[in-house]
Design a protein around this ligand. Structure first.
Ligand code: PMM
Length: 280
């Protein structure tokens, strides 16, 4: 088993989007993304997740060369600084280049569906693979957000993808599953999936939750006037999700604001330990 996946407190995955147009932090790291990644690690991120392609609703894809041009120097710089790196990509070629440069996790929001070469490539690389629930690219995903029982359907589709990547040669013990909050989902689906994490956990793999700053939190926090707070104003709500997800025993939480989630995970972990030990 990868040491990354050994039992332990919930891992904090810090988001480093090297994109001009990302959903919630587009462009903020543009000046010095390597320094920003080092700062995320120093603030307590166990992994820094480097992405070069925005997946916000409606986003248009970037070309493979441009994605690699954005991501690879940042991965190389962070690895050189001793930061554990994950690469957020749907492309096998980008995944390969990043892992060869030292990334230890491939985080594929498409769960292997966007690139038919992804599963076999990751199998050959021997890294950890985050497999998310996904139904289609950002330009069409809103129209794919139709479910009867969202938890049952996401669970079944994740199970199918886990079988498919295993059939392509990937060791299932290297796979982390992610419900893909916001990807072909509306707010009600995201809440149902958070409430149903136990049912997803019984697929037998660690779980990663990516709730950070997402639309369902914006909608929750909207004032009586209907004004939705900006993504950067959703970090307290994100940290609350992190604490609750950690209490449910998830392997990791993927967040933009690392310090608030590090604190939230510490609270959940201390609370759990006290409950296990008991107080006389
Ligand atoms: N969400 C985004 C990007 N990458 N990766 C995983 N594993 N899970 C997610 O939920 C996820 C992801 C989109 O959010 P961003 O644009 O704010 O990074």
């Amino acid at each position: 088993m990868s040491p990354l996946l050994e039992p332990g407190p919930t891992r904090v995955v810090g988001v480093l989007n090297v994109t001009p147009d990302s959903f919630s932090d587009g462009g903020v790291h543009a000046a010095d993304p390597v320094a920003a990644g080092i700062a995320l690690h120093a603030a307590g991120a166990d992994l820094v997740d480097v992405g070069g392609e925005s997946t916000r609703p409606g986003a248009v894809r970037v070309g493979p060369e441009e994605e690699l041009r954005r991501v690879l120097p940042v991965v190389t710089g962070l690895v050189g600084a001793g930061v554990p790196v994950s690469v957020d990509t749907m492309r096998a070629a980008t995944a390969r280049a990043a892992v060869q440069a030292g990334a230890v996790v491939v985080n594929d929001v498409s769960g292997g569906l966007a690139d038919p070469d992804m599963a076999a490539t990751v199998a050959g690389l021997g890294c950890v693979y985050v497999l998310s629930h996904w139904r289609g690219h950002s330009d069409v995903m809103t129209s794919l957000a139709a479910y009867g029982d969202v938890v049952a359907e996401v669970r079944a589709e994740l199970g199918e993808r886990l079988s498919a990547v295993t059939a392509a040669g990937l060791d299932p013990r290297r796979v982390v599953l992610d419900p893909g909050l916001g990807f072909a989902k509306v707010a009600e689906h995201d809440w149902a999936l958070l409430a149903g994490l136990d049912r997803l956990a019984d697929l037998g793999r660690p779980l990663l939750v990516g709730a950070s700053r997402k639309r369902f939190l914006g909608r929750l926090l909207a004032g009586p006037d209907g004004v939705v707070p900006a993504p950067t104003e959703r970090d307290a709500a994100t940290a609350a999700v992190s604490a609750l997800a950690a209490d449910r025993g998830v392997w990791g939480v993927r967040v933009h604001d690392v310090p608030s989630t590090v604190a939230a995970v510490k609270v959940a972990t201390a609370w759990r330990s006290a409950a296990e030990v008991g107080v006389s």
